[in-house]
Design a protein around this ligand. Structure first.
Ligand SMILES: C[S@@+](CC[C@H](N)C(=O)[O-])C[C@H]1O[C@@H](n2cnc3c(N)ncnc32)[C@H](O)[C@@H]1O
Length: 336
């Protein structure tokens, strides 16, 4: 359930069957109901009785209309909606390693955090994004993750960590912590676990979880905004992890995973004593769980030095070969 769904439910409970607004930012948005909910919860507008501007029907009728705007006697305010939305989780980006990044990485980190806010607004609202240790003027700033957790009295916490102990399958928590880390230079492997160690030293208990795609973290995009989107799609929309990963997976990240998978799909053939590794052309269909285009498949095969062969041709070649078990390869004898 996104904030939009909580908002619609609240309107229906008030007997409202259509909602309207004159606010342009709402009418022009991709998701007007989420945008209305956002305006109300951020205190920029309220829900008032009557019709004004563009109408969005919640049912077939429009007998009890309301509008999002300003009035003296609102029927739904920021505080009402905050109360109804109090179970939404917090997303914390822990930037305790900010100073260990290069200037270029720091810029990337800032950009990714701004993009996280864009994601948060599709599902919730700004106050659910908490940035610790470094203030980027985005979301809510806290000097440390431990301070935020203690002040809010949060108990149920998940640290998203590629080296985490458990696999994330949509487990619910009051707070999800993501490392404000950009992996462009140097070796930052294990830094997220260090964030965890520091939290433990502060007396915070949490579960650490890794997001996997078919048993491996390779292929899971690691940009902060994509991690936020995966978590929210799974936890709030109820999507399965594989679908959520695929929806934010770039072709580049998909190709990294493809390169890891391809060696398992090759056939070894010796032609005139020269060894070749070949891939059936139809294998491309078995990678429909990755966000790859045909071009990516052929490029990855070529980069790995594999030949892609039409299935019919490959069958002909194999029919004219013998299989050498000791070498685990076919020996091509030539066409009859
Ligand atoms: C670019 S990653 C940095 C990972 C870091 N090099 C490490 O080894 O801990 C940024 C953040 O995204 C999250 N993240 C990235 N991939 C993840 C995965 N497969 N599972 C869980 N969290 C992940 C983590 O919170 C991580 O701190």
């Amino acid at each position: 359930m996104r904030l939009r769904d909580v908002f619609v439910k609240a309107l229906k409970e008030l007997g409202i069957d259509c909602i309207s607004t004159e606010i342009k930012r709402i009418t022009e948005s991709d998701d007007p109901l989420q945008s209305m909910a956002y305006h109300v919860i951020m205190g920029k507008a309220q829900v008032c009785r009557g019709l004004k501007g563009k109408v969005f029907n919640l049912n077939q009728e429009c007998e009890n209309p309301a509008y999002v705007g300003k009035c003296d006697d609102p029927i739904l305010t920021r505080n009402d909606l905050l109360e109804k939305a109090k179970d939404f989780p917090f997303i914390v980006i822990d930037c305790s390693f900010y100073d260990f990044h290069t200037e270029k990485e720091k810029k990337k980190l800032k950009l990714q955090i701004q993009q996280c806010l864009g994601v948060i607004r599709k599902f919730m609202w700004d106050e659910r994004l908490v940035i610790t240790h470094k203030d980027f003027g985005v979301g809510v700033f806290y000097p440390s993750t431990a301070k935020f957790i203690k002040e809010m009295g949060l108990k149920d916490i998940i640290l998203l960590d590629p080296n985490g102990d458990e696999v994330f399958e949509g487990q619910r928590a009051e707070c999800y912590i993501i490392g404000g880390i950009v992996d462009k230079t140097g070796n930052k492997r294990g830094w997220t676990s260090k964030i965890g160690e520091n939290l433990r030293r502060e007396g915070i208990s949490f579960r650490s979880m890794r997001i996997e795609l078919r048993g491996d973290v390779i292929g899971v995009p690691d940009r902060l905004n994509t991690i936020v989107e995966i978590v929210l799609r799974v936890v709030l929309d109820g999507e399965d992890v594989e679908k959520a990963v695929r929806s934010v997976q770039s072709h580049l990240v998909a190709k990294w995973r493809l390169r890891r998978e391809l060696p398992k799909r090759t056939i070894r053939i010796d032609v005139n004593g020269k060894p070749f590794r070949v891939v059936r052309k139809s294998e491309i269909k078995s990678f429909d769980w990755l966000n790859i285009r045909p071009k990516d498949f052929y490029e990855a095969c070529s980069e790995l030095g594999y030949l892609v062969i039409d299935d019919e041709w490959l069958e002909r070649i194999l029919r004219n070969s013998t299989f050498d078990e000791s070498k685990n390869r076919y020996i091509f004898k030539g066409f009859n």
